[in-house]
Design a protein around this ligand. Sequence first.
Ligand code: PHE
Length: 448
Amino acid sequence: MSSSNHNQMRRGAFATRIGAIATAVGSAVGLGNIWRFPYEAGTNGGGAFLIIYLFFIAIVGIPLLCAEFAMGRDSRANAVKTFASLTGRKSMGAVGVMGIVASVLILSFYSVVAGWTIEYTIISFSRGFKSTDVETLHSLFNSSIASPAKSLFFTWLFLLINYFALARGVRKGIERLSNLLMPVLFLILIVFCVNSLMLPDAGRGLRFLFAVDFSQVSVTTVLSAMGQAFFSLSIGLGCMLTYGSYFKDSTIIPRTAVSIASLDTLVAILSGIIIFPAVFSFGMSPTAGPTLVFETLPAIFGAMAGGRILAPLFFILLFIASLTSTISMSEISISFCTEQFGWSRKKASAAVIGLSMALGGLCALSFGPLANFKICSLTVFNLFDFASSNVLLPLGGVCASLIAGWAYPRSRLAAQLSLTGNKLFSVIRFLLRYIIPFCILLIFINSL
Ligand code: PHE
């Protein structure tokens, strides 16, 4: 059997065992929605950030999601190979390599936060969250993440769980489990929303999240909202392209992209409705940054009827949602290593996870011993977050958009999108050719 046939079989087997679309949702929904969205909205002024974020999801995110799925399904190969073959230039594979770099950076800092969810799962099972006192919660969480031993332990534990999921072939099981459990997570989020809306001073939180005050908007706000859209939809790094390569021919790509983006955005907004009323009600600050959600949630659970039971359930579900996202990030590099170098899955997984353990270790220590070690005035954790979400992903988005708009034959793109002869196709292609690259580059130039 030729190696490409072999690859095809492997890809095919993957595709039929678990719905590829459900897997793409698993990639999109994760800490990006529940942890990153509220903290980014909090540090960037709330309502104005939300509006700009929604703009990017609609104008940039959905068309790019369509383009990644289309190119992936057409080439049935990893991102590096796809970009090289669509442009007829080997050097364009570099766009795929940039995505691989971004995915490793994201995996490194994401695992630190996923480690926090493991720690909180344990705490919520054992003693639970009783205090709603801001100072107590603040010092509890900060002393915990500042401890190098604890931080490293939980970050590495999370990465090792990833390794077993990826190398031992249990990822499909995890993804199936996640598909079953995500509706439960959704229901719990709704219960938390109702609870938050009934807190005293909830109105202030809602006003913060939904009232648009454009006087608050700076280039940084726009850059952050764009980065959040890319991060949350898992686009700009070849992740959705890789998943598109597993799609069935009968999948209607635009409809799938709109469903994924809507669901993803809904979870982020629900998370905002949970966090901000609580932030104002308990007298916290919305601008706390990456620690915001982990300091706010315990107060919510402490004050809530049934919090003792719902808290552990919530953290387990959040952990599973994180795991399906990190599996998708790792898959970009793993499919590249297995297809390009002929490595076994085990060897490729070990290489990717090993590298992430080293880099993730540095991110974990950013809240403790390495807190004062800064590059461009950012800690390693913040640098990885900023460099991947706000720089590499949008840059990957520009390249993918240009390739889809200019190099990819019009008729093939239209056929993949099931939009041959449809006006909507001209709109999507126009966005890909001109508007998306122009928009992103303009924001880059301004933020320099
Ligand atoms: N979209 C994921 C989340 O919101 C994170 C992610 C980014 C996953 C990039 C894959 C690639 O949690």
